[in-house]
Design a protein around this ligand. Structure first.
Ligand code: NZQ
Ligand code: ZN
Length: 396
């Protein structure tokens, strides 16, 4: 294991049916003067959630302004709009009502308000944040884990770059999680969310550093739980227990717990997806499923022990005649699971057909996003990343 490591998950979680009705009290505890109520395109309005939150804030005497219209793969232009509005209105706290995209947009606005200069410089990794306005969320989709994570991912619509910035400064103050709110999700978003949750633990599992046994056991439990309840939701999307299991898994999968003691993991699959998201605007989880198997086959030999343990301990497959055979069985078992919940395992199934030039552009962007390389289990360069995109472009 790494020599010195930490765990910082300061977000207060309020979980259960009707939890959103506590929003005014939770905000009051923060001692703020004016709130930005930030939300997505349609769902929060359509489901009546926004009305309920507005009523809670008004009844609780909390002053607020609104900014909706955040789209999946949230755009930098909306972040700039939010920063301007908050400056004009004297906002000192942001409440995101929505999923990862809305929470990430809120985090970027919060950085923009607390740091001098262009907020995009953080996502370009040419500057570090020194502060962040406090924020919180009412979560409406179990997926990104942004409700308790230190991450945010923004897309620059002018350049097509989708880039992440991580800092503990942006860990939300509280997260309201009512599993019932996720029942209005389209099935595709539920499944894509489950895939993202799996990947947050898998990216940590396939670490280049030694891992702790307790962390492996927690990780295996999260992965097996999500697979079990994702299958249940496929046939019974209104199942509250399944929604609750998935929602909590989404948070613990990405708050640092399932990577405790290792080097933080190997996030190449996420970075491969970010290029797809920036160029083709695909759903994040589906994009991850479409490239993971190709990445896994490409790097498998560099981390054979982790792939073998994944196959037998997590996926429960029988050992093959060689370690490589066992590892491959584990990869195939996860791909079978993706297919069982209608997730893609290649780019064609994802619905994108990149040209040769686009494959090259994505490989270049992905390498650049990591300062010229990606990965810790196996370090990959632009040509490797291109090879993985080419593998993912072929049907399996
Ligand atoms: O905009 P609305 O109308 O709300 O529609 C959304 C959106 O179309 C809809 N939706 C959300 N809750 C709903 C609902 N529809 C009906 N009923 C509900 N209750 O679902 C769609 C997807 O929403 P989005 O917020 O984009 O989903 P998700 O949570 O998957 O977030 C994806 C974004 O998070 C980033 C991804 O890259 C992507 O940009 N990530 C953020 C991370 C982080 N901050 O730590 C880590 C992740 O790895 C991820 O990269
Ligand atoms: Zn993710």
């Amino acid at each position: 294991m790494s020599e010195i490591f930490g765990y910082y998950a300061p977000t207060k979680v309020v979980f259960g049916k009707g939890a959103e009705l506590q929003v005014a009290e939770l905000i009051r505890e923060q001692g703020c003067k004016k709130v930005l109520l930030h939300y997505g395109s349609q769902s929060a309005k359509r489901t009546g959630l926004l009305d309920r939150i507005e009523k809670c804030l008004t009844d609780g005497g909390i002053d607020y302004v609104e900014l909706g219209g955040v789209v999946p793969n949230p755009r930098l232009c909306k972040v700039y709009e939010g920063i301007e509005l908050c400056k004009k209105e004297g906002v000192d706290f942001i409440l995101a009502v929505g999923g990862g995209s809305t929470i990430d947009s809120a985090k970027a606005i919060a950085y923009g308000l607390a740091n001098e200069g262009d907020v995009w410089d953080l996502y370009r990794h040419v500057k570090q944040a020194t502060a962040c306005l406090p924020l919180a969320s009412v979560l409406t989709i179990a997926a990104a884990g942004s409700e308790t994570s230190n991450g945010s991912v923004i897309t620059n619509e002018k350049t097509g770059e989708k880039r992440a910035y991580d800092s503990d400064l942006s860990r939300p103050k509280f997260a309201i999680m009512d599993p019932e709110l996720t029942m209005t999700l389209p099935d595709y978003q539920t499944k894509s969310g489950c895939t993202d949750i799996l990947m947050h633990t898998m990216e940590r599992w396939f670490s280049g550093a030694p891992c702790m046994e307790i962390t492996d056991r927690v990780a295996a439990a999260v992965l097996q739980d999500v697979m079990k309840y994702a299958r249940i939701l496929k046939d019974d999307p209104k199942n509250y227990e399944a929604r609750a299991e998935i929602m909590w898994s989404g948070s613990i999968s990405h708050n640092g717990l399932t990577g405790f003691g290792n080097d933080g993991g190997d996030w190449t699959t996420h970075n491969l997806e970010h290029e797809l998201g920036g160029m083709f605007d695909v759903a994040h989880g589906a994009g991850l499923a479409a490239v993971w198997g190709s990445w896994a086959r490409y790097v498998m030999k560099a981390g054979l022990d982790r792939f073998v343990k994944f196959a037998t301990f997590v996926m429960g497959v029988e050992a093959g005649n060689t370690e490589e055979e066992t590892a491959l069985r584990g990869i195939e078992a996860m791909e079978d699971f993706f297919r069982s919940i209608d997730m893609p395992t290649n780019l064609k199934e994802l619905g994108v057909s990149p040209t040769e030039e686009q494959l090259r552009i994505m490989a270049k962007g992905c390498a650049e996003a990591g300062g010229g390389q990606q990965g810790s289990l196996k370090v990959l360069y632009e040509e490797d990343l291109y090879n993985i995109y080419v593998m993912a472009d072929k049907e399996r």
